[in-house]
Each structure stands twice: as C-alpha cells, then as structure tokens.
Design a protein around this ligand. Structure first.
Ligand code: SF4
Length: 405
C-alpha cells in the first residue's frame, strides 16, 4: 500500500511543481504587462502646460513676497530641519495654531538627532492637541532614518529627501526649495487653488489631472536664484490673498494673468471635489478609579489615535447599544470587574471622516488587576494629563471632568 502511495505521489508532486512554476511565470508576465500598460498610460497623460507668461509671474511674485511676507518663526532660521518640522505641522493646520507648537517642539528637540533619540511618547506628548498624530510618528521615524542614513543632516537632494519615511512630494519640494534653494515645487491646496483660478482649470480639485497641471505650472515658477522665496510666495499668496471664499484680487500681484479674474469666475475655481461622507460611530469609555488614579490603556500602533493613551473602552458602529454589557465584558477581558454608574456622560467629537458619539461611564467600584502587558497600561492622576500623549478629545474630556470637581 505504502509503495503504491509513494509511486503515485511522485508524478503528482511533479505536476504540482510544474503548475506552480507555470502560475508564477503567468503572474510575472501579467505583472510585466500591467507595468507596461501603466507606463504607457502615464506617457499618454502628458501635461499640457497652460500658456501663461511665467517669467512675468515669477518676477511679480518675488517682488510681492519681498514686501508682504509674514514674520514666522520657521522663516527666521535657515535650517532644513526647521523647514521639515514646520511643513509637517502646517499640513491641515492653521499657522496661528502651529506657531506655539513649533516653538515648543524646536526647544524640546532642537536637532534631527535629538528628535531621533527621543522617546516616541515624549514626541507624541509635544504633539498632543495638534491632531493627525501619524505625522508625529512619521517625523520621529524619519528623523531616525536621517541619522542612520545621512548622519543626522537632511540631504540637499530631492530624490534622497523623497526616500525618507514621512517625506512625500510636497514636503520634499518644500525642503528642497526653501532650505536648499533647489528648483522643486511644493504643491498643496493653496497652489491648486491659485493656478486653477489663473488658468481656469476644469479638472476637480482632488483629481490627479489637476495636480499634474498645477505641479507643471509651479515648476515653471520656482526657477532662478531663489526658488525658496517663490515657493513661499505661492504659499503666502494662497493664505493671504487668493483665499478660498473671498480672494482679494485687487491686491493680487499676478492679477493681470488670472483668467478667472478676467472672466469674473474666481469663486467657480477650483472645481469642487465630491464630498466625503462623515461616518458616525459610538465610543463607550470606562473611567476606572483606584486610589485617586485612573486607568489608561495604549491604543494599537495602527489606526485611529494610534499609539496614544485613553480610557479603556470600545469603538462601535453607530448606533451603539444603550447598555454596558459589551463594555463590561471588555473590562472582564482586561482582568477587571467594575461596577459602573448607569448614567453615562455624553460627548461628541468630529474628525475628518468620523463623528464620535462618546458615552463615558464612571466606576463606583472595581475589583481584580489588569492583565495587559505592563507597558500598555498605566494608572495616572487626572491632573497629570497635560504631560501625556493623549488625543485632543481625551484631553477635552479630562479638562471638563477636572472643571467639575
Ligand atoms: S486675481 Fe484673484 S483669483 Fe486670480 S490669482 Fe489673484 S487673488 Fe486669485
């Protein structure tokens, strides 16, 4: 029997191997064809550069920026690291909000090396309240990479900048042009808005076609002796003059080139994107108190509020249950039996794509001990929260609780 089995299994094994090889070859051929197709598609999407007087626009922007630029702390230091930190902080965040965070961050981590050597929790604590914490984690990881690969100095090379974790096209362009005066554009929402108006570009603001055209236009602008000033001139024009809802065209240095202004359509550009739906979610948090300390647990390294600390609890699709059975079961899985007050406190918090409906249950008594790994939970005093890496909603909750005490 066994020899029969063995004899029969030999050719079968060969067949499996040859099928596998065939499949691998087919996969590789398909991949190659897809690559070729993508390259062909890219080549066919050649950007048509709008016909504009780029030399004139460049001169007007440079002249305007030399008189109108705002004094901002990151403009006072010609330091690639300061440019990097400021540009990351400024993504989706207003200048006025960023200034105090930037000053504190640079005082705490004045060099790439000091940031690289810092504890991630410390970095997140400095970032706390600024939101989009993934930026802080990437900045920290990027700093470690700069130390390992470039001896702690950001490279004066666009391609190498792009190879660093957390540095995308926009940031690489900003660092290359502002800190090293290299002719690379930094194209963000301001630039899309300005050039879609100047050239009356009809592609929606979130479309790759619009991005390609605006990048090509901006590349024409950031030429000559001071690409850094021209990059900042575009940022400044978008922030101060060519604003989303009420562009101050009469103050605009490039008004004579603007087709939207000439045709009275400034507010029709950029063409809006399809809106993203905000999803509702329910969060149940338990505030477990023991000897005037409350329990915090660390969130997983990926996803919403990754790596930050918060009250133990559950994130549920909306509408969540109006009972605490699941929350109690979750606490039991952490090793704790808690008597929770029946009436929760309610909070609401909106993120870019989610609206959180929070029910906070306070504990009357708890038994047991936490069974989590020691570095993923801690007992803290509520008034210690300013020093902790927590999200802004957790901070708001703690502040309101302290106010009521
Ligand atoms: S003229 Fe008006 S719409 Fe055109 S770029 Fe200047 S501020 Fe923007």
């Amino acid at each position: 029997m066994s020899s029969e089995k063995s004899t029969e299994s030999q050719p079968a094994a060969k067949t499996t191997t040859s099928t596998k090889t065939q499949k691998t070859t087919q996969k590789a051929t398909k991949k190659k064809a897809a690559k070729k197709k993508a390259a062909k598609k890219k080549a066919s999407q050649k950007v048509e550069l709008p016909s504009l007087d780029y030399d004139d626009m460049r001169e007007q922007l440079a002249e305007w920026y030399s008189h109108q630029q705002r004094e901002l702390p990151w403009r006072e230091i010609k330091d690639p690291y300061a440019t990097w930190v400021s540009e990351i902080m400024l993504q989706q965040t207003r200048v006025a909000t960023v200034i105090p965070y930037f000053l504190r961050f640079m005082e705490r981590f004045p060099t790439v090396t000091e940031l690289a050597n810092a504890d991630l929790d410390d970095v997140l604590a400095q970032w706390s309240g600024l939101g989009y914490y993934r930026r802080a984690r990437h900045l920290h990881a990027g700093a470690q990479e700069v130390v390992e690969r470039f001896g702690g100095e950001l490279p004066a090379n666009h391609k190498e900048l792009l190879s660093i974790k957390g540095i995308g096209r926009y940031t690489a362009g900003a660092i290359a042009s502002i800190a090293f005066d290299l002719p690379y554009p930094a194209v963000d929402g301001n630039v899309y808005r300005i050039f879609s108006r100047i050239a009356c570009l009809d592609d929606p603001v979130n479309s790759p076609a619009l991005h390609r055209t605006c990048e090509a236009i901006a590349s024409q602008i950031v030429q000559g002796e001071s690409p850094g000033d021209l990059t900042q001139a575009m940022m400044e024009l978008g922030a101060l003059v060519c604003t989303p809802k009420s562009p101050a065209c009469l103050l605009c240095p490039v008004r004579e080139h603007c087709k939207a202004y000439a045709t009275g359509q400034t507010l029709a550009y950029p063409v809006p994107k399809k809106t993203t739906k905000v999803r509702d979610m329910t969060v149940q948090w338990a505030m477990l108190q023991r000897d005037e300390h409350i329990l915090l647990v660390q969130r997983p390294a990926d996803g919403l509020f990754a790596g930050l600390w918060e009250l133990p609890g559950l994130y549920l699709p909306h509408p969540g249950p109006d009972h605490t059975n699941d929350l109690q079961a979750h606490l039991t899985s952490l090793g704790l039996i808690a008597t929770l007050q029946p009436e929760p406190r309610h909070y609401q918090h909106t993120l870019s794509h989610r609206r959180m409906h929070i029910a906070l249950y306070q504990s009357e008594a708890i038994e047991g001990s936490v069974s989590l790994p020691p570095d993923t939970f801690q007992w803290v005093q509520l008034d210690d929260h300013p020093n902790l890496p927590i999200s802004s909603i957790t901070r708001q909750v703690f502040t309101s609780l302290l106010r009521e005490e």
